[in-house]
Design a protein around this ligand. Sequence first.
Ligand SMILES: Nc1ncnc2c1ncn2[C@@H]1O[C@H](COP(=O)(O)OP(=O)(O)OP(=O)(O)O)[C@@H](O)[C@H]1O
Ligand SMILES: [Mg+2]
Length: 594
Amino acid sequence: MRTKELPKTLPAFFWFFIKKHWVLFALVQLFAFAWSIDHTFWPYILMMLIDTITKIGVDRSEMWSLLTTPIWMGITLWICVEISFRLSGIFLAKVLPRIESDVRMAMVSYVEKHSYNYFSNNFAGSIANKISDMVQSMESILRLVMQLFLPVVLALIIATVLFAMINLYFALILVSWLIVHLGISLAFSKNCARLADVHALSRSTLAGKIVDSLTNHNNIRLFSRHKYEMQYLSKFQRDEQQKHWLSLWYIEKMKFAMGIVTFIGAGIVMNWYMLYSWQQGSITTGEVVFIFNTSWNITMMAWIAALELPTLFKEIGVCKQALTIIQEPIEIEDDLHAKPLKVTQGIITFENVTFNYLPNSNIFQDKNITINAGEKVGLVGFSGSGKTTFVNLILRYFDVEKGRILIDGQDIAMVTQDSLREQIALIPQDASLFHRTLVENVRYGYLNATDEDIVEALRQASALEFSEKLPQGFDTLVGERGIKLSGGQRQRIAITRAILKNAPILILDEATSALDSVTEKLIQDSLKILMEGRTTIVIAHRLSTLSGMDRILVFKEGKIIEEGTHVELLELDGHYATMWNMQAGGFLPDMNEA
Ligand SMILES: Nc1ncnc2c1ncn2[C@@H]1O[C@H](COP(=O)(O)OP(=O)(O)OP(=O)(O)O)[C@@H](O)[C@H]1O
Ligand SMILES: [Mg+2]
């Protein structure tokens, strides 16, 4: 499915998924109408039964033959209604999981195409919640509409017609009561839904606070703040409790108003007119039973439907909220005529590139730079000087404002994003892993890697030894984001992935920053082999790790203020030399190797 085509309004969104299974939905609806038939035709059969019985004289021997029709009608109705209920349930059981899976997968697929920037601004947890909210609320809306509201509407129509057949005034009383009843429920429902929203918001704030508190359990322990934390949370708990009460209290008020209308309309007026008509002899005893029973059933149905109306509005609100993640356009899309990137040499060129995260933040202005084929370039500069941004632009995590970035002469904005990122192996500053097994995480670099490839890559990245020692070896689950591994171990897994990926362009963003100098030295040797014949960009704070670079670019506030080899830059005695001298104060045991 091309997720881009997902509709942006709620009715269109629902219809988009329902129409794929419209036959099943139609069957569910058809059989769900059994409820309406059940509640209106039973009293009708009862009426026939009573009218027949009351006509029988003292000799009751003919009763069975006289009652044949209503008895058979009753048996048939009973069986048909039972079968219909079961069929409706079965078809619903068939279609709901399908539509839920369609919606969930389409939404996940769409959201995963959002840009790097989108995920920097939105919590993954809240996006996942919205997707599951949409699935759950869609299910309850479908159930409410198909199994409650539409059958109630049909029952009302049938009852009105049957009443009118007896006496038009009964139909008139029923319809008038219904209009007032519906008016009251609609008037209250909007507010009910609003109060439920307010409560839901306060509940989710409370849940967020509890999660934050539990996540920071170490801080609580460290500062002995258990009591403080409980006091802090109880503020939010009180707010939630108050809003819950307001929402429930309002529903009670609605029930009160509905109760009065029902008592007057269905209770007093209808029953008085029914008894009055019987007294006048214009209706039979059977008809009294029919009218009494039907209006009772209809009152119950309308009552249940009215109570569920706020839920319907609330669920629609939830779905609208969830739909916002689909309404937000995908920021970075492949050009319509995008072709796959072909890397022959690996030359990276920035041509008059201007880029800002925020207006006037001045990250890059008119930047021109070429990284030659197979060149090893080091990027240095203080934290926040734009090194990672430089790499993010090459990966097209962001689009440039002006200018172009070319790889082997091809504008990266005009090639497919998949092909671009396939040609680049990045070892990121903060390596994060999936909560899957170690081997699954490693294989992410190259899905077709054999076990031997994996062992060899792990060995090269000095990750084999610790991997084998894990409780379940390669099959050990690494924890959320890889939390069960140390920072340095995670980095080595990221390096292993890059080795397996075997891409012509290699980027190391502080790839060895979390390692001790002995392990770092071991890996540096493997990385040197990996860099052979590839265009390589290495970002490092420890300047000694850049000793083997062909060129070093010195970043300061988004500008490249110096460039040259390590020796040239020292001779220049500028920013780089200052940084080097600061680090040479004993932080770097191996700096003399440079
Ligand atoms: N997603 C973002 N949205 C807005 N501003 C950002 C974003 N990412 C980075 N920045 C800002 O851009 C500037 C450059 O950040 P960048 O990550 O490129 O620095 P860096 O040189 O890699 O720093 P470090 O050495 O700490 O990794 C910083 O001022 C940072 O606050
Ligand atoms: Mg960085």
